[in-house]
Write a protein that binds this ligand. Structure first.
Ligand code: MN
Length: 230
């Protein structure tokens, strides 16, 4: 069967220690999942249920590739995050079984046009153009849980031009990975290829063309993303 327009390759990520790739279906993101970051954004971090937004799968930027400074913003912010890769789908997944659905973990940047997000919040409008724009999701290679395990405590850190901007521990997430999978799978069916960006610690701030972002979650992986001119 032919297609009336050229068929595209599914976006994908490399898998650590393998020549195989992980095809990406959807990218879900958790909002305000570290208390100190919720406070710096002017929100109350008490355990309100987690909320989610999305980025298109083709917003992926491969490790080491430049991210061009996007249009229509003067405030491009970094958010370093642990990324969960779903290997087995499901709906209404109980917390106790959630980790059985995880293929592995990576490190990503939830790049944000903060000025557009603040304007959207003020008017009660959607965040899509603030969060889900082109090349808004640099994500590094995935470490398979089968060989690397499931991290529940690990330093998470982002450097810009060598200076530490964000530093925390994934143990400080308000909603753990199993809790997040349980909540999200009650809202949508999860499927193999889905990614979940699990929120960012405090210290979000702007970057400019020429800056180099280098992120890591200890024992999980790294992401290196230069910011290129518009
Ligand atoms: Mn985020």
């Amino acid at each position: 069967m032919g297609t009336v327009i050229p068929l595209w390759e599914p976006p994908s990520l490399p898998v650590s220690g393998s020549a195989d790739r992980f095809p990406v279906r959807r990218i879900y993101c958790v909002g305000r999942n570290y208390a100190a970051h919720a406070r710096e954004m002017g929100a109350d971090p008490d355990r309100e249920p987690p909320f989610f937004f999305t980025k298109p799968a083709d917003a992926l930027v491969q490790d080491g590739e430049p991210m061009p400074y996007p249009p229509q913003t003067a405030e491009l912010h970094h958010e370093i995050e642990l990324v969960v890769a779903i290997g087995h789908g499901g709906r209404t997944i109980p917390e106790a079984a959630a980790l059985d659905h995880v293929f592995g973990y990576g490190v990503g940047l939830d790049m944000t046009r903060r000025d557009l997000q603040q304007a959207a919040k003020a008017k009660g409008r959607p965040w899509d153009m603030a969060k889900g724009f082109d090349r808004s999701a640099p994500i590094g290679s995935l470490a398979p849980a089968a060989t690397s395990g499931h991290p529940d405590t690990a330093a998470i850190r982002l450097r810009v031009n060598g200076a530490v901007r964000q530093e925390g521990d994934i143990a400080d997430m308000i909603w753990s990975v199993p809790e997040t999978i349980a909540h999200l799978s009650g809202l949508v069916d999860l499927a193999p290829g889905d990614l979940i960006m699990t929120g960012t610690p405090e210290g979000v701030a702007g970057v400019l063309p020429g800056d180099l972002m280098e992120g890591e979650v200890a024992g999980v992986g790294t992401i290196r993303t230069p910011v290129a001119p518009r």
